[in-house]
Design a protein around this ligand. Sequence first.
Ligand code: SF4
Length: 336
Amino acid sequence: MTVTVRLARTVKDLLQMAQTEYFNAGHRTCQGCESAMVLRWVAKAAGPNTIVIGATGCMYVANTTYYTTAWALPWIHTQLSGTGSAVVGTAAALKALMDKGKLPREKINVIGICGDLGCADAGLSEVSNALTHTKYSFLILMYDNESSANTDIQETTMTPYGALTTFSPSGKQIRIMKYRWKKNMAAMMVVGHPEVRYVATAIATDPIDLYNKVRKALEIGGPTFIHTLDPCPKGWGYDPKYSHEIGKLAVETGIWPLFEIEDGKFRLTSTSARIARGEVKRKPVKEYIRRQTRFKHLTDEDIEYIQRKVDEMWEKWLIPGLIPLTKELPYPETKQ
Ligand code: SF4
C-alpha cells in the first residue's frame, strides 16, 4: 500500500504548505549548519501535533542551552544512546492514555532525533530494538554530520574513508587513519527490520524531497527511519556559505544517493533518480572531496579509490548501501 499524504511537488507547493516555523531562528548551531536546516524542515513537515525527543549531540547542545530553546514543539532530552527507548516509551504512553480515555484520541507525531554517534554507534541497539515495536508509530531521524561534532569532531563509524577528525589525524607514519568504509545505516535498518514500512535517505539541500519523506514516514504508521547527510562547516572544513553547494555535490557525485523503501519497494528519488535514468551525469567525487579540508591529505590515488567504490555502489549494488558478498575492491597502495 502506498501512503496517500499531500506532498509538495514544486517549490511553490513547499512554500505554501510549510509556512509555519516550529524550529525557530536564534538557536546556537554554527553558521551554515545543515543539521539545523534538517530540523527546521522536519518540524515544518510534522506540524504542531508533534513531540520531539532529542538525544545528546550537536542538536541538543546547540538548541537547548541555559533555559532557551529554538523548538516551538514539546521537546524531551534523552541521553546519548537513549533515543530508541525514549520514542517507544513516549509512543506507548500516548497510546495507553488514549486507550484509557485520559487523552483525546488524535494523531500525535513522535520523532526521535539523534546524531551519528547517538544513533549509529552508541544508540544502535536501542534504535534497532525500537524498530521492532510495530504496535507504535514514530519516526527516528538520524542527522549525520559524519563525526561526533559537539565534542570537537571525533571519529564515528559514519566518518567517511580518509576524513580527518581529532581521532583520525594524518601523520608521518600513518597517513590515512580512517581506513574503514562508512556504515550503511538506511540499508541496515531496512534489511534488519523487515516489518518497518518506511526507510529513506535525505538531505536538507533538497528540501522538497526531505519534506515529503518526513510526511510519508509519519503517515504510514509503525516505526520508520530517515537518515540525513548534513554538511558541517566546522567538522568538514569549508566556508559556511558553501553548505548548500557541498550538500548538492554529495548527491550529484553519487556519494549520497537519495532513496526510499516503502513497503518493500525501493525507489531512487529526486536527483538520484535522474542520474539513474541517465538524465543527469554523475559528477566526479573529486569535486566534492577537494572542497573540504578534512580530505586535504588525500592523494589522487586515494580519491580514485573512493571513486571506484562509489561507481561500484551505483553499478553493482542491488540497494545503495548493500555490498554484494562476492565483490572485492583492491585498496589503493598507500605510501605510509
Ligand atoms: S559542529 Fe557541525 S553539526 Fe554541530 S552545530 Fe556546528 S555545523 Fe552544526
